[in-house]
Ligand binder design. Sequence first.
Ligand code: COA
Length: 188
Amino acid sequence: MSQALLPIKIRRMQSQDLESIMAIEPAAFGSHHWSLQSFENELNNDSGCYFSATAPDSTSLLGYSGFWLIGEEAHITTLAVHPDYQGQYIGERLLINDILEAKKAGARWLTLEVRVSNEKAQNLYFKYGFKSISVRKSYYQDNDEDALVLWTENIETSRFNRLLEKRIEVMEPQFEAHPQWLQLKTSK
Ligand SMILES: CC(C)(COP(=O)(O)OP(=O)(O)OC[C@H]1O[C@@H](n2cnc3c(N)ncnc32)[C@H](O)[C@@H]1OP(=O)(O)O)[C@@H](O)C(=O)NCCC(=O)NCCS
């Protein structure tokens, strides 16, 4: 990464974000995307933890992600970046945020499903040590595509923390906007 990162703010998703999110959904996922109703349900789901990435002054919504907390498992249900802003480490910063929030909530593993054809997203997850443990056949109903089921190792191991800290170092300018990132760095 040679150039400075685009500054962003990551905060809890709010119902006011949903109009912008519904504009990003088809652009990011094509025709097989979540409905407004799905997001509304998720914002009212006690197990759901959802976050939005915006410009620092909150003017534009650039991406979002979230997970269900099921016991010690944080299951990532969505992650998307506005196509005009992809490739600027916004997706990775949202994933780091999910990991830190999952840790804070007591999770030990992160899991998710990803299309077998979605190499871009898989590369991001593999960077964080996600491994494919099984395949869900014809999981995606639009084209019958299989899903890879990915799991991290235990996110409280020192090996995982070292990997995470290394990536957070690269995101250094974000520390001020996200005090919990700094916390991980200083709690060694
Ligand atoms: C997948 C997605 C969230 C990644 O977000 P992003 O902000 O574009 O990606 P980042 O800039 O954070 O890149 C982080 C890593 O992802 C991988 N990646 C990102 N873009 C890639 C590309 N065009 N080709 C291959 N790998 C890519 C790389 O590993 C990259 O790290 P590196 O550049 O150091 O190698 C985004 O592309 C997106 O919204 N896609 C459509 C929705 C989607 O598929 N969501 C995931 C559902 S499981």
